[in-house]
Design a protein around this ligand. Structure first.
Ligand code: IVH
Length: 695
């Protein structure tokens, strides 16, 4: 034997031993949460592994511990067809519905309902994932997508340290468990609450967009083409399902499945229970409902599953969901917190709104600190005072809302009620109340600094003119220095004038200047939205732009013309007419025009083709999409060459389905028409036209 083959064999043995040791410590640390090895020692072993792999590059395998963050950014996501469909779950909302489900099961399976056994788990509020392993090694991981096909997010998933790249990590499997040659596991990737709070703090500090909730943050992190981003976010995953694709697991119940997953080294949720009756399931649900706030992850309910796998198979599936499982939805969370101040905020139209500033609380998936009290009548009716403890919930799971005051906890002596202001808190102008309106307003439209600042912020916002770097702090500086008070003034700024501001370096001045210049060419819809016309949201602005093609045409339109636009009612029509009847607004339009802001677009510009990704395809829209408005989705379909239809038939190529889809969705499933969710739809467009979403 030559020296080098000997070296080589020693290297090989060392490499295998290192991988095993590293995998094991990774498992102890990230799955079991107990570390046996100081970080420095782990790092030393890891460096040794890297050195050996550098010496033998062809020994680097896909599942080596060194390959968690190695992958280069990709150009797009591959689509992966799931080995088995990922179903959704039917919901139950109360004990009666849960019992009715049990009775249906018993009847269908023809057994005594008392004999049914269940596993109750918490429903993790994250992103459903499916992983496929072959011969113990992770092959790929995918998102749920439309349930039939998902996106290949293997590179991002490998950065989640609790996901084993090789299984079983734990050594041998004890009987009755076996290792199938090929298997699929399912679970939920999520961002722990603390990581979410930290990430949002960082985003805020960097002036970048904050995530609405941990679920969006997890999805946004995993659906990054650059795995380094996922690696930098602290994600985790719990697993609840396994299906052998070739071979057996030896598990015959859901409870054993969970045990199998743990034995393999997969992380399972600590909140699960084997239940011998539906009453035991109720106890589990009640137990965790009160303790949701103590969990390190967000949950929106419980999942109840028939324990016996043979019985699961016999019960089977409906078009959308398994008959053997249901989700119990928790009602929105209610939290208590203390009101620290009641701020008066002056909006861009001068409306003065009382806003409660509270000790921060984590509620329904995000940190809440402010809640609008809407108006002073509402404030008086709820009698919220500074120092009060209030009960808080999120309306529609999004908007923080004060339910009521916990009067028993009102400080003694009681704080004075907040009385409506007589003057604008920003400019001291006496407030007015328009006939028939509840709102108090500051009438000082042209000089009130709060109104000016809010109008500028709105103009610069992402959904309007999208001027990068022009945030609230800089706007305040511009107003104080009297460099800009209206959107038109922005277009007179120069790098030199910007540099006269405090803490403004040449480079940032240049960047802001360029961002402002670039915004002159934004689409007409962005301009119309940016003007802040009452009742004209993004979608209405788009409809108006598509119908009129210029601010001038819009200004000349009669109320009847306006009201005839799809999606524009009498209220909006009147508001648009009023806006342009105002002399100040006309002056603003003239100034914008004079400074080169584009106020018109040719019909073809609004409609210009972006790609032929959907050429010859017919699509049907149903349900509410997570980010795209209906009109935006329709425009995208047209601009990518697709045709829209209002009903599903065999000729339909895709159904684009959002939240609470209607009968069109069922029909699509019945006819075998492909169903896309928004993510799948956008990646379809992106694959044909990189980086172009067509605004
Ligand atoms: S079982 C065929 N168990 O909920 C039934 N799902 O509506 C498969 N989810 O996005 C689902 N926690 O990823 C199951 N403990 C749990 C779950 C869970 C979260 C998600 C799942 C899917 C959705 C189903």
């Amino acid at each position: 034997m030559t020296a080098s083959t000997f070296d080589s064999r020693a290297d090989r043995e060392r490499l295998d031993a290192l991988r095993q040791t590293l995998d094991r410590h990774n498992y102890l640390y990230y799955v079991l949460d107990k570390s046996e090895l100081p970080d420095a020692d782990y790092d030393a072993l890891y460096r040794e592994l890297l050195a050996l792999e550098a010496r033998h590059p062809d020994w680097v395998t896909f599942d080596s511990p060194s390959q968690r963050v190695g992958a280069a950014p990709a150009a797009g996501f591959q689509t992966i067809r799931h080995p088995q469909r990922l179903y959704s779950l039917d919901n139950v909302f109360n004990p009666a519905e849960l019992r009715a489900w049990q009775e249906r099961l018993a009847k269908q399976a023809d057994i005594d309902s008392q004999r049914l056994r269940y596993v109750a788990e918490l429903k993790i509020d994250g992103l459903a994932i499916s992983l496929v392993y072959e011969n113990g090694a992770l092959r790929y991981g995918a998102t749920r997508g439309d349930g039939l096909e998902g996106e290949d997010i293997t590179a991002s998933l490998k950065t989640i340290r609790s996901i084993p790249l090789r299984a079983p990590v734990t050594g041998m499997l004890d009987a009755p468990f076996e290792l199938p040659e090929r298997f699929e596991i399912r679970g939920e990737a999520f961002m722990p609450t603390q990581s979410f709070i930290r990430l949002n703090e960082e985003q805020r500090a960097k002036g970048q967009k904050e995530f609405a909730n941990p679920r969006n943050a997890a999805a946004g992190s995993l659906r990054q083409l650059d795995p380094q981003i996922a690696a930098s976010r602290q994600l985790d995953a719990f697993f609840y399902g396994v299906t052998p694709l070739s071979g057996e697991t030896g598990a015959s119940t859901q409870w054993e499945r969970l045990a199998w997953l743990r034995a393999m080294g997969f992380k399972t949720s600590p909140a699960c229970a084997a239940c011998n009756s539906i009453e035991a399931v109720q106890d589990f649900i009640a137990h965790w409902e009160g303790r949701r706030a103590e969990l390190s992850f967000a949950t929106d309910g419980a999942v109840v599953k028939v324990d016996d796998l043979a019985l699961q198979d016999a019960l089977g599936y409906t078009a959308k969901s398994p008959r053997w499982a249901v989700a119990w939805k928790y009602p929105p969370e209610i939290r208590q917190t203390r009101v620290e101040a009641i701020e008066l905020s002056v909006g861009r139209t001068g409306v003065i709104t009382p806003v409660a500033i509270m000790s921060p609380v984590f509620i329904s998936g995000s940190l809440v600190q402010r809640a609008s009290l809407h108006n002073f009548d509402e404030l008086a009716a709820r009698d919220v005072r500074v120092g009060d403890v209030v009960r808080l919930q999120k309306a529609a799971e999004i908007i923080p809302e004060i339910l009521d005051v916990v009067l028993g906890e009102r400080p003694d002596p009681p704080p004075a009620p907040v009385s409506p202001p007589t003057q604008c808190p920003a400019c001291q102008t006496p407030v007015v109340r328009r006939e028939g309106e509840i709102a108090l307003r500051c009438p000082n439209r042209s000089e009130c600094p709060a109104q000016l600042a809010n109008r500028l912020e709105h103009w610069a916002s992402r959904a309007a003119m999208n001027i990068d770097g022009l945030g609230p702090a800089l706007i305040e500086q511009l107003l104080n220095a009297e460099l800009a008070s209206s959107p038109a003034d922005l277009y007179q700024l120069t790098p030199e004038s910007l540099m006269t501001l405090d803490r403004m370096a040449a480079k940032s001045a240049q960047n802001v200047y360029e961002a402002i210049q670039a915004s002159r060419q934004r689409p007409l819809a962005s301009v119309l939205f940016g003007l802040g016309i009452r009742h004209v949201g993004k979608e209405t602005a788009l409809a108006l732009a598509q119908r009129f093609h210029s601010v001038d045409a819009l200004m000349e339109a009669s109320i009847e013309d306006l009201a005839a636009v799809d999606g524009v009612g009498a209220l909006v029509a009147e508001s648009v007419a009023l806006f342009f009847a105002d002399a100040d607004n006309r002056i603003l339009i003239d100034a914008l025009r004079a400074r080169g802001v584009r106020l018109a677009e040719s019909p073809s510009q609004a409609d210009a083709a972006l790609s032929d990704a959907l050429a010859g395809k017919t699509l049907v829209l149903t349900g509410t999409l997570p980010t795209l408005k209906r009109a935006e989705a329709e425009t995208l379909i047209r601009r990518h060459g697709g045709k829209l239809s209002s009903s599903v038939s065999k000729k339909t190529d895709f159904v684009l389905a959002g939240e609470s889809p209607g009968s069109k969705y069922d029909k699509a499933l019945a006819l075998g028409v492909a169903v896309l969710d928004e993510a799948a739809f956008l990646s379809l467009l992106a694959s044909a036209a990189p980086d172009e979403r067509g605004s």
